[in-house]
Write a protein that binds this ligand. Structure first.
Ligand SMILES: Cc1cc2nc3c(=O)[nH]c(=O)nc-3n(C[C@H](O)[C@H](O)[C@H](O)COP(=O)(O)O)c2cc1C
Length: 192
């Protein structure tokens, strides 16, 4: 059994839908404990993060990087950095933005560097790119072809009831499931 936390920001609800999909994937096995934590509430949840086996970071891409609210959380986590409190915890990340590319990779890099600064063990998306052949379509998982983490795209003129689309939510779900699987494998190895 593992404890997984998802810390995320969402200004308008699109990244929240992605975060909920990550949560659903991470919680696929009912033995695991999964916490969905908006960055604005993080001050009530530092102990939960400390007790987690894995922390998954999520932010919309704003101006080619994480949102200001997510960055505030990242900077606050420097207190934990001083104590090496997240050393050797598992980490992963996801982001959503309105453009197909939109510089989302830059956000995932920021999230992975945050994890590396804490000495965490980064789990990549682990899915082959979809929608990259004559047989492909936007309905493929990993349709945006990311490796570092899960990407999603939501149209700028539509609310979260329209996006991210199903394939992006499935991609997010698979990231959550992968992180839980790795955390459980890691816990079994440590127990042995
Ligand atoms: C301040 C701001 C900056 C943005 N910068 C980008 C960007 O760099 N690339 C992009 O593709 N979309 C950008 N967008 C669009 C958002 O990423 C997109 O609307 C996303 O779905 C918002 O997610 P949220 O509803 O979780 O806040 C930006 C939106 C805002 C409000």
């Amino acid at each position: 059994m593992s404890k997984i936390s998802i810390v995320y920001h969402s200004g308008y609800g699109h990244t929240q839908k992605q975060a909920e999909a990550v949560r659903d994937g991470a919680a696929a096995n009912t033995n695991d404990e999964v916490h969905l934590i908006p960055v604005d509430d993080v001050d009530d949840h530092w102990e939960t993060l400390e007790a987690s086996d894995a922390i998954i970071f999520g932010s919309p891409t704003y101006m080619g990087g994480v949102s200001a609210q997510f960055k505030t959380f990242a900077d606050k986590s420097s207190k934990v950095w001083f104590t090496r409190g997240w050393q050797d915890k598992i980490a992963a990340g996801f982001t959503n933005s309105s453009s197909q590319n939109g510089d989302k990779h830059s956000t995932l890099q920021q999230l992975s560097i945050l994890a590396a600064q804490h000495g965490m063990l980064w789990v990549p998306l682990g899915l082959a790119p979809g929608n990259n052949s004559s047989e492909g379509s936007v309905e493929d998982v990993n349709r945006l072809g990311a490796s570092l983490g899960a990407m999603a795209q939501s149209n700028a003129d539509q609310g979260p009831e329209h996006g991210p689309i199903a394939s992006d939510l499935e991609t997010a779900k698979l990231l959550g499931r992968k992180v839980t699987e790795i955390a459980n494998r890691f816990n079994r190895t440590q127990a042995a």
